[in-house]
Design a protein around this ligand. Structure first.
Ligand SMILES: Nc1nc2c(c(=O)[nH]1)N[C@H]1C(S)=C(S)[C@@H](COP(=O)(O)OP(=O)(O)OC[C@H]3O[C@@H](n4cnc5c(=O)[nH]c(N)nc54)[C@H](O)[C@@H]3O)O[C@H]1N2
Ligand SMILES: Nc1nc2c(c(=O)[nH]1)N[C@H]1C(S)=C(S)[C@@H](COP(=O)(O)OP(=O)(O)OC[C@H]3O[C@@H](n4cnc5c(=O)[nH]c(N)nc54)[C@H](O)[C@@H]3O)O[C@H]1N2
Ligand SMILES: [Mo]
Length: 796
């Protein structure tokens, strides 16, 4: 059926159904009003005079596996082979097994599933790369071309020339297309691997220098015991780390916890939860942290016993061997090494938080116990993002809140105590890896990369990247930094010689494909939705409808490609996706958790909650019994001072303990005279990155707009709703302005993920922030600094 008609047909059916509901005495209304669960409705009888629908609607429980941190229950109401409506979890909402309610994105997914612009058949590029001209081909031709190019490029340049780009659009199920592409390449000679991610890249590398691990968090139910909670650059009301996280914050608040939000923006989280909002200039958090530590130390509020017993590097008496003893944290704070005491007045000038406020929160955090400092990752997607993650950890230790119920160790904050047995495995014969953020560098100058750049597993690469699989991701163009630079690189067909993209839409990245494949949505396949490590649940993903048009699962496509190498059986192990789902469940029951439901039980329940007797407390055993449980650091202690970092001898940008390092394109950069505003982005409630940018319902719910403080707007003659040009040396975009005192003066914020939509002069018309961001990596982790940008704004 042509798409427009399909969509129209569905709307008509929906309308009929609404009429039906009206007559049937209001079933569904209590859910809209809130407060009533399905159980209250179960006993109701339909009046006899209602006309029955001809084919009954079937409700199928499935799950989105896009890369937000939650997984939720998406109930597809299927009639005549079409999803006519979406509802969500109606189980009783209990704090120990909370409802897995879908948010606006999940509930609005029908507009993606049946979007008229869905890719419908495989295509090959016919114009210049990036021009967006494609021609329909058969699946046989698509598969054969991919197999031939894999072979040709592998034979000409070696396996290190083949790369699967970071792509998170379907990464939280069993069959992420990018993962299946890696298996395919691993089986046929190998590929250049990557390490780390775009999410918490700086933190992932930095935090272990303090604690030996990134597993520094506690389970969210531990927050019910906290008396004071600092959400440092974290916005869970809008960006989902775990579906029920905010339920725990709500309970914590009911229990009397005071909640502080530190963010340049008065976020939805601040609106919903904060007793106090501390606005701050981006990139300057470590100045605030240093001053808080200064107050704790000079007012003798810090937990001396904890610091002496568990930490090294605080003072001369606790320094590692082989380093100058005076280079300790305490001397730095007091100004003994550099002549600058890190007083609140010193910090105020840098971060714009009033000195008295700094004193107040330092005193509160040091004295109200237990207290939890949770760090978001927005603050570490910055030029020196490593510092903020170690800085938060330093404060958690100074206040002695580590290893205690209701405390929190800060840092990256991973925790995990639930899981399933992941059935599909493979090994890449190529051991070389790059940091994921450096893929464009590996296209441009891969053979020149060294260990200094973060190349590992080999001294030198034998080739630049020549082939890219970009599967279920928009990183090729939209989500990576400096779009204008990246597209120039991709347009040069002598550099990357072959690009395969699989997606649902003609995204900015898809335009750069040589072969473009139409993927399926989660409604069209079997799967299991796995939350990020912060979740104690898994969600069943039943196939609700057959794939639309000629859309295909990457698993099946790559099995066909494997066949060209005589490796179909090796790729599939003789299994369909449904078989793998069953294997996963059986192995989870056998190897991990005998109480895990069977396939049919899980399918019926839709969601499985793992249950625990008590909260998980990060570093509990290290703190309760340190002799038998050393930290996983070189010293076995918490390392304020890391000798490993000291030995790198780049103390100005990689200091041995966390401290404020003024950022390039931060508030102290002379470039501010040309580009006076700091520009940050955030993860928006109406999108998962770039996914849903084309969803009309969500555009209505929350449009793409830039936040600007009234003072900055007035000095530029901008009124609320005006269109503005935003530009710097890397690019330019236009976007409507929301003039609001919900953002600190001197800072502009654009929600990340809008689709790059250039006009004929290359000026983005949609507000795609990555035309303005930089490809300069952070010094230690080589991570993405996509929040560190200076720009100017003018009326368009
Ligand atoms: N400026 C700036 N840039 C950022 C960030 C930032 O904060 N600021 N954040 C970074 C972070 S943390 C991340 S994780 C990355 C995310 O960047 P990406 O991993 O690229 O995520 P998405 O943009 O959501 O792209 C997912 C793509 O998959 C497609 N898709 C969705 N579902 C399916 C499916 O089932 N099958 C197939 N075949 N395709 C599907 C969608 O249409 C979409 O095009 O962005 C990074 N970029
Ligand atoms: N709805 C939704 N949920 C999501 C996602 C999504 O795209 N949409 N993406 C998921 C993914 S992959 C990730 S990695 C996470 C991202 O999770 P985070 O990285 O934590 O989210 P962000 O919104 O990028 O940043 C959080 C906050 O940091 C603030 N911030 C920016 N710079 C600074 C600074 O210098 N200092 C301080 N103190 N605050 C600063 C921003 O204003 C923002 O409110 O979210 C996940 N959840
Ligand atoms: Mo992310």
């Amino acid at each position: 059926m042509p798409d427009k008609e399909l969509e129209k047909g569905i709307l008509e059916k929906q309308f009929k159904r609404r009429t039906f509901l009206k007559w049937s005495g209001g079933i569904g209304i209590p859910l809209v009003l809130g407060g009533f669960g399905a159980s209250q409705l179960a006993g109701r009888k339909e009046p006899d005079n209602v006309t029955k629908a001809e084919t009954p609607e079937k409700i199928i429980s499935t799950c989105s596996i896009n890369n937000c941190g939650g997984r939720c229950v998406i109930k597809a109401h299927v009639k005549d082979g079409q999803v006519v409506r979406i509802s969500t979890d109606t189980n009783e909402d209990d704090i120990l097994s909370p409802q897995m309610r879908a948010c606006i994105r999940g509930r609005g997914y029908k507009k993606i599933l049946y979007h008229p612009d869905r890719l419908k058949y495989p295509m090959k590029r016919v114009g210049k790369r990036g021009e967006g001209k494609f021609e329909r081909i058969t699946w046989a031709e698509a598969v054969e071309t991919i197999a031939n190019e894999m072979k040709r490029i592998g034979e000409t340049y070696g396996p290190e020339s083949r790369y699967v780009n970071y792509a998170s659009g379907q990464s939280w199920g069993l069959f992420g297309g990018e993962f299946m592409a890696r298996k395919l390449l691993a089986m046929t000679g190998g590929y250049l691997g990557f390490r780390n991610d775009y999410s918490s890249g700086a933190g992932n590398v930095a935090t272990p220098y303090t604690y030996g691990t990134n597993n520094t968090g506690s389970s969210f139910d531990s927050l019910l015991h906290s008396k004071y909670i600092i959400l440092w650059g974290q916005n869970p009301s809008e960006n989902i780390f775990s579906t029920p996280y905010t339920s725990y914050l709500r309970e914590a608040k009911k229990n009397g916890a005071k909640i502080i939000v530190i963010d340049p923006r008065y976020t939805d989280t601040a609106v919903a939860f904060a007793d106090d909002w501390i606005p701050i200039l981006p990139t300057t958090d470590n100045a605030l942290m240093d001053a808080m530590a200064y107050v704790m130390v000079t007012e003798n509020l810090y937990d001396k016993e904890f610091v002496d017993k568990y930490c090294i590097g605080f003072d001369e008496a606790h320094m590692p061997d082989g380093v100058p003893k005076e280079e300790n944290l305490r001397n730095y704070l007091l100004g003994k090494t550099d002549g600058i005491p890190k007083t609140p007045e010193w910090a105020e000038k840098i971060c714009a938080v009033p000195a008295n406020k700094i004193r107040e929160i330092a005193r509160e955090y040091a004295t109200i116990k237990p207290a939890a400092l949770l760090q978001g990752w927005g603050p570490q997607r910055h030029a020196y993002g490593e510092q903020i993650m170690r800085g938060g950890a330093q404060l958690a230790c100074l206040t002695g809140n580590v290893g205690k119920l209701g405390g929190w160790a800060a840092g990256t904050g991973y925790w995990s105590r639930s899981g399933i047995a992941y059935p599909i495995t493979f090994e890449n014969p190529v051991k070389a890896t790059i940091p994921c953020f450096l893929w464009a560098d590996a296209v441009e100058r891969g053979t020149e990369l060294t260990g200094e750049d973060g190349l590992q597993g080999t001294e030198k690469l034998r080739s630049n990247i020549k082939l890219i699989f970009n599967i279920g991701g928009n990183m090729l163009v939209n989500q990576h930094s400096d779009i204008n630079k990246t597209i120039k690189l991709l347009e040069d067909e002598s550099k990357v010689e072959f690009i395969v993209v699989s997606d649902l839409f003609m995204t900015p990245s898809a335009k750069y494909a040589d072969i473009l494949l139409p993927g399926t949505t989660f409604f069209e396949r079997w799967d299991i939705g796995v939350p990020w490590c912060f979740g104690d649940y898994v969600v069943f993903g039943e196939k609700a409808i057959d794939p639309l048009y000629e859309c295909r699962n990457e698993y099946d496509v790559f099995a066909d490609v494997a066949e060209h190498f005589g490796l179909r059986e090796t790729f599939t192990e003789g299994k369909t996706m449904l078989d793998w789902v069953k294997v996963c469940i059986e192995r989870t029951r056998a190897e991990l958790d005998p109480a895990f439901p069977t396939f049919e039980e899980f399918r019926k329940k839709g969601v499985h909650h793992f249950s625990f007797d008590e909260p998980l407390v990060g570093f509990k055993k290290q703190v309760e019994d340190p002799e038998n449980n050393p930290f996983e650091t070189p010293s076995g202690k918490i390392e304020f001072f890391s000798k490993a970092l000291w030995d790198m001898e780049k103390h100005d940008v990689i200091p041995p303990f966390a401290k404020y390092v003024p950022a390039w394109e931060g508030p102290a950069d002379p470039l501010k005279e040309t580009y006076p505003l700091q520009l940050i982005s955030w993860h928006y409630k109406r999108r998962c990155h770039s996914t849903h940018d084309n969803n009309p319902w969500l555009e209505e719910a929350a449009r793409q707009e830039m936040w600007l403080n009234p003072a900055d707007a007035a000095s530029r003659g901008l009124k609320d709703g005006d269109r503005a040009r935003v530009f710097n040396g890397r690019g330019e975009l236009t976007i409507p302005v929301k003039v609001t005192s919900r953002i600190v003066p001197g800072v502009a914020a654009i929600p990340q993920g809008a689709w790059y939509t250039p006009d004929k002069d290359g000026i983005d018309q949609r507000g795609s922030i990555n035309v303005l961001t930089a490809q300069r990596p952070t010094p230690l982790a080589k991570a993405n600094p996509q929040q560190t940008n200076l720009v100017e704004v003018k009326k368009a």
